[in-house]
Ligand binder design. Structure first.
Ligand code: ATP
Ligand code: MG
Length: 364
């Protein structure tokens, strides 16, 4: 069986370091690993509209931002098909049929959607499109028969939901010759990267919460954000013992720091464990740790920022890449949709046997 990657992002803002450690960094590695037959990367504008219906311009403006961030991180249109969700109308048809296979109560149980509804204060007025986006996400994943979906931890319930839809579809419509493929989520092995917290210490760095370090931030913006980050509220004096748990600066170090960074920027410590031990004992100030973190993050972001400014010089070419990617994705989606409709037996005009048996019934 082919090994196929699909993943994507909502164009609700520029991409941030949470996306980077949660999914983006991994995608680039997978794309370059040579182990996958195809890689599809989707800019999920239609999904973003489900909770931004009154602000379509925000979504329209951010499509290019996300595309630039992709290319800056090393996603390569020669190796990956980068496309825009709304351009693949077949996804709507797939969603429409999958809707019959999911109950309202199953959607209500989805913990990520529950959480997002709360975050957006949607309790009394949830847009139907938002409520059902896990179903459309199943269409996004299955149109290309994706086997592997590299995502952050918050996406696990979506992949679970998708698997259920695939299973139900295949067992109802195609028990002998399964049409759809069950995907596997690939989440980061590093615990700190599963759900990177915001610079304010809130549970998740999120475009919608304004607590992000963006990949495109200038060196100065990054430094300012790092220096004002949330740490340990009980660590008031340098001599006080500090806490690592829930301390965002250390979580970011867990996500980004390698031993070689110590040699370069903080040679008095051999590794992160030594730094943590000193902080916990007391006698190590937040400023010193933050300066170190700033160096580590700057080193990772600088080449990304430089590549981005190169790509920014030819914006029409970026739209061209997205257009070509969307055309390629659309062809694949049309093929899968045709298989889906055949399995559902709603391909009336190609069904010679149906036409023959009906005419036989009436000729008697
Ligand atoms: P929005 O607030 O509009 O939902 P978002 O910041 O949550 O935006 P998405 O486009 O929903 O971003 O998510 C894209 C991908 O990035 C998903 O795979 C998601 O799991 C991952 N991701 C998002 N935020 C984080 C984070 N803080 N840590 C790790 N992974 C993340
Ligand atoms: Mg999200």
């Amino acid at each position: 069986m082919s090994k196929i990657i699909l993943t994507g992002d909502r164009p609700t803002g520029r991409l941030h370091i949470g996306h980077y450690v949660g999914s983006l960094r991994r995608r680039v590695e997978l794309q370059n690993s040579g182990e996958y037959d195809k890689t599809y990367i989707m800019i999920a504008d239609a999904q973003a509209l489900t909770d931004n219906a009154d602000n379509p311009e925000k979504i329209r403006q951010n499509v290019i931002e996300v595309a630039l961030d992709y290319l800056a991180c090393g996603l390569d249109p020669a190796k990956a098909t980068i496309f825009i969700q709304s351009q693949i109308s077949e996804l709507c048809e797939l969603t429409f049929y999958y809707m019959d296979l999911v109950t309202v109560s199953r959607l209500q149980r989805n913990p990520t959607v529950k959480n997002e509804i709360q975050m957006r204060n949607f309790e009394a007025s949830i847009p139907v499109g938002f409520f059902t986006y896990p179903i459309s996400q199943a269409a996004d994943i299955t149109f290309c028969k994706a086997t592997t979906v590299p995502v952050g931890e918050d996406q696990l319930p979506m992949i679970e939901q998708c698997k259920e839809i695939v299973h139900k579809f295949n067992s109802v419509y195609a028990p002998e010759n399964p049409v759809l493929v069950e995907p596997t989520a690939l989440i980061p092995a590093n615990k700190a990267c599963l759900r990177l917290p915001g610079t304010d210490g809130k549970a998740k760095m999120s475009k919608s919460l304004g607590n992000c370090i963006y990949l495109a931030d200038s060196a100065d913006e990054v430094r300012k954000k790092v220096m004002s980050m949330y740490t340990d509220p009980l660590h008031l004096q340098v001599s006080d013992p500090g806490h690592i748990e829930g301390n965002t600066v250390f979580t970011y170090l867990d996500a980004f720091c390698k031993e070689e960074h110590f040699e370069r920027y903080l040679p008095e410590y051999a590794n992160l464990d030594e730094l943590k031990a000193h902080y916990t004992r007391g006698g190590l100030g937040d400023v010193k740790v933050k300066k170190f973190l700033n160096n580590v993050i700057q080193e990772e972001l600088e080449p990304i920022r430089n590549r981005r400014s190169e790509f920014e010089k030819d914006i029409p070419e970026i739209y061209n890449i997205l257009k070509k990617g969307s055309e390629a994705a659309r062809e694949v989606a049309a093929q899968t949709l045709s298989e889906v409709k055949s399995a559902m037996k709603i391909n009336y005009f190609e069904d010679v046997e149906l036409i023959r048996s009906q005419s036989e019934k009436y000729s008697k």
